[in-house]
Design a protein around this ligand. Structure first.
Ligand code: AMP
Ligand code: MG
Ligand code: MG
Length: 321
């Protein structure tokens, strides 16, 4: 059962990266189904994760989605390193389902991708990004994020949006959409669009604002500042040309928030770094916190322009983090 999708239709062995992203696409959709079911039943099971009184909720949807994603990945890719957002989630040892994307399995891998070994890959899982908004019913902010790093850099990623059809007013509420990319092979599930010329639209956090985040956003000279929740949701604004850049000048984002967005954005020609212009390391051994904030830009030119405008006193805050 475990190796059913090691071969494509022609019976040729598939490189692990294709099998893995195929699986990530499939299980993100199934996780999205779990998330929708819990929302529509209204049994959210909210608990607070933090001990310091801050609002950091976890719901039954976060728990069940992570349980599914990591149980499947552990079963099918036993040498993989996996980091999930939620702590103490017991895995399901007797899982029998298989969730894959035939589209990904039909791609022709590059020679570089063929050499990758399972033990060189790390998966960063945010089973439900936008939990606070989910508890309010603001489902347009919700995504499932699965990012894959080869050694220390993103090589593939999946952003699944469980409530995509519901947001669009489609009567078929039972469908989301899934955006994916693999380095050097392309992307799918969305149309990469350029942001409007002669404007500068910057997306920033809605729920974790601070004096520094606002100062950074205003320093860009943006013609429009969008306050929006969710790392995945803001990344999609940049991917689809609704924003030039997503800027977060504060700690708080974690690697499971940024790995999948970085993989997809890079594949469409964008650039992602911390506030000082340096890339993040996605090896499993690093602390998950993106303590130097993040710049997710639609192009390297937009990235360079934003980086050059950030005031030194904002950058200085992050130099020793
Ligand atoms: P936001 O843009 O505020 O919706 O945040 C995007 C992601 O980063 C979410 O998963 C948040 O939980 C996380 N995040 C961002 N800033 C913070 C912060 N200051 N404290 C805790 N989590 C944060
Ligand atoms: Mg998140
Ligand atoms: Mg989450």
């Amino acid at each position: 059962m475990r190796y059913v999708y090691m071969m494509n239709k022609e019976g040729i062995d598939m490189p692990v990266i294709l099998r893995l992203i195929s699986s990530c696409v499939g299980i993100s959709k199934e996780a999205g189904k779990i998330i929708r079911d819990i929302m529509y039943k209204g049994e959210l099971g909210v608990i607070q994760k933090g001990t310091g009184g801050e609002n950091d909720p976890q719901t039954e949807a976060d728990r069940q989605a992570q349980k599914l994603i990591i149980s499947v990945l552990t079963r099918d890719f036993p040498k993989l390193k996996i980091v999930g957002e939620e702590d103490d989630i017991k895995l399901e040892p007797n899982l029998t389902g298989n969730w894959i994307s035939e589209e990904i399995l039909s791609l022709k891998p590059t020679p570089e991708l063929e050499t990758i070994k399972e033990e060189e890959l790390t998966v960063w899982v945010d089973p439900l990004d936008g939990t606070t908004e989910f508890t309010w019913g603001a489902v347009d902010h919700v995504t499932v994020l699965i990012g894959v790093a080869y050694k220390d850099r993103p090589i593939g990623g999946v952003i699944h949006q469980p409530f995509y059809k519901a947001i669009k007013g489609d009567p078929n509420l039972s469908a989301g959409r899934t955006l994916w990319a693999i380095r050097g092979l392309g992307y799918g599930g969305f149309e990469a669009k350029s942001p409007p010329e002669n404007e500068l639209i910057i997306a920033g956090t809605k729920s974790h604002k601070s004096v520094t985040t606002q100062k950074a956003l205003e320093s860009t000279g943006a013609t429009t500042l969008i306050s929006h929740s969710g790392a995945g949701a803001k990344a999609m604004l940049v991917l689809e040309g609704k924003a030039h850049c997503y800027l977060h000048a504060s700690p708080g984002l974690k690697r499971w928030d940024t790995c999948a967005p970085e993989a997809i954005l890079t594949e469409i020609g964008g650039k992602v770094t911390d506030i000082l212009g340096d890339p993040y390391n996605y090896a499993a051994s690093v602390h998950p916190m993106c303590s130097r904030g993040a710049i997710l830009a639609h192009t390297p030119t937009i990235h360079a322009s934003i980086l050059s405008k950030l005031p030194d006193d904002v950058k200085d805050i992050f130099r020793n983090k």
